[in-house]
Design a protein around this ligand. Sequence first.
Ligand code: MCN
Length: 796
Amino acid sequence: MSTKLFGEPVQRREDPRLLTGQGRYVDDLGAGALEVAFVRSPHAHARIRDIDVSDALDVEGLVAIYTWEDLPTLLAQPLPLLIPHPALTHGRTAYPLARDVVRHVGEPVVMVVARDRYLAEDVCALIQVDYELLKPVVGVEEAAQSAQLVHEDVPDNVGAHLIQEVPSADGLDARELIETAPHTLTFRLDIERSASMPLEGRGVYARWDADDRSLRVYSSTQTSTSVRMAIAAKLGLPLPKVEVIAPDVGGGFGVKIVHPWPEEVLVPWAAMLLGHEVKWTEDRREHFVSSAHERAQVQFVRVGFDDDGRVLGLDVNILHDHGAYTPYGIIVPIITSTQLLGPYKIGAYRVEFSSIYTNTVQVTPYRGAGRPQGVFCMERTMDHIAEYLGADRTAVREINFIQPDEFPYDQGLIFQDGRPLIYDSGDYPESLRLLKELIGWDGFPALKAQAAAEGRRIGLGIGCYVEGTGVGPYEGGHVQITSDGRVHVSTGLTSQGQGHETVFAQIAAAELGVPMERVSVVTGDTRRFGYAVGTFASRAAVMSGNAIALACRKVREKALRIAAEALEADPRDLEIIDGEVRVVGSPGASIPLATVAVLSNPLRYAFDSETARATQFAGASSFDRPPVEAGEEPGLEGRDYYSPIRSTFASGMHAAIVETDSLTAEIRILRYAVVHDCGNLINPMIVEGQIHGGVAQGVGGALYERMVYDDHGQLLNASFMDFLMPYATEIPSIETAHLETPSPLNPLGIKGAGEAGVIPGSAVIASAIEDAEGIRIDKMPISPSELFDLRRAATG
Ligand code: MCN
């Protein structure tokens, strides 16, 4: 492979389109479609006694009103539980429209279809739902002790309970080792609820072709292939009669991987039933109360360690707030418990979690997916050990690091993909060295003393993580070179802003030896590629990147074979440069890939795109066209799949310097440094952009963002007026250094990068505030008023 494009900071080719308003999002489509609005539950827990639509029926422009009772049998079932797990003994999912009980504010109860959204909303306001109020269960600790049940048949509100244990090399368990350790610490950590907040909410637009009995659905989804399967199954249609397309998607951050959302099956169903285009666009309040949240965990930690800070035993007990339903299984607490150990090898580990139902919005993965909570746990542990021993925080980390010569390193756990959690490669001591250099770790005490002399409080924090990325089972790529020499690449997974059009074109151009301008990329369109898993778990680069590279290699081989015949050369003597197949060392002997594409098809036509005329090539008459040989396929195209034996593990370390105002307790980030290792970089500029976006979300999670529920299960801050997201002004410029330890598991040696930036945010900021203030920070996010209260409590 030519390395010219692979690894280059190529500008994102999608940006001119997206930044100048040329993007095509779901709501840009379907002018003239009927529009949908939902009556959603205003109560956190209630039984539906009656739904009275009589006042709504006379509204001019109303087309249809549907409740659960109107749904056909397949649609009237609960939505699928996507990732079952033996520990999830009481998995529960919602009905597309509530059947008899609503379990969180925002649950859809009635669907209204009208001429436009305004009318649909007016109709919703006239529908009377009679509710019998039930006592809501709010707060994970309250739920774990409450006699009140979210689901009548789920005792103690416990959906899942799982213990994983990794004994020490000599067979001792974590609790034994903690009991006998020279030092022990016990503490509690809290992380509040937050959520993905993509600029574009969810949205669905469906067209039914009654003659063809086929559906075309546009959805703002992270997985068009799975939405397609769900629609076909739920609406009783053959798969080939359903097409699902993810057009431009304005961010997903995890929430759009859930499938099908109720709206994704209800809107196409209405389109079929009404024989008319139908669409629904989520509004912001709906996104707050009707999609999904994450984070929300309470963790009880007990750790035993020696005089040097070496961890001998770690015992973590996690209460995970799962909200009302578990459509995505227990992936989040599984990731927390298995990824928590980060770059460290510890004596023995025990982790236990209980996944608890509450009458709040359901919890599914949000960028980082359980890792920010795990890293908060492990990194707080490292800081607390250092504080106890009076040791440098980096020294305690270093002594626990897995060393470069210990890879592959088996953590002895089972990862989210059901496979052993084995780290493939990394160099944690070198990452730390780079980070300390970047942030000026060793010089910080002098800076701090100087600031103190000026009456200012500054603190330095650190956070390290390892992140399983590129989760299987597979992804595919298709590559076609047409007779104009253009290269058409498609892969089934979707894009939400990660820059896939650019990086996949870089890979294809580098593999095929063609200029990048000749390569076009399509993602998330089941018409072009029908098999895919989706975009989550920082997997697109590893999975589709490698699949596209493999497909390119097939096409390249075929091109060389055909060209060798035409040039009367040995394929081994050929190279492809600038879209031309050349005989190495004979500059005159060459043939353009465009011509090879013509030769690859027995028809041997070349279409001139300017005159729209077909030209018969190389004197081939209609009588002497060669046959398609056995084992051969016409066309210069190829398809391949990449399916890894297990995930690959990226890693990184962040450091931040914060200043806390000595009067107001306002918290300001002065510097933020990142060392990141995602194996070989396809595009360093894109990876940096991903890190910057992630860090911004990490800062949001550490200092601003939280879902505030009252005791009635009402979300009090369900708008951007009250849910504080950081502006650009709150995000410091981010200093980044890359380390590249290639993954030995995949042909391109890459690991994922899409979530990395967000993962250690809370850990790093907590560490820095603690350093500035000398007060334990064990609960995030933290606001100035909370810091102020902590100060007061500390000084009595
Ligand atoms: N990349 C690279 N070299 C590597 C690894 C990655 O150049 N060694 C590039 C990739 O080619 C891709 C980007 O970095 O352009 C992220 O790659 P990857 O880590 O494979 O992540 P995915 O593409 O699978 O994206 C998913 C990931 C997740 S899980 C969330 S959540 C997330 C994220 O990416 N949501 C995002 N980044 C987002 N960025 C935007 N703008 N919007 C979202 O919704």
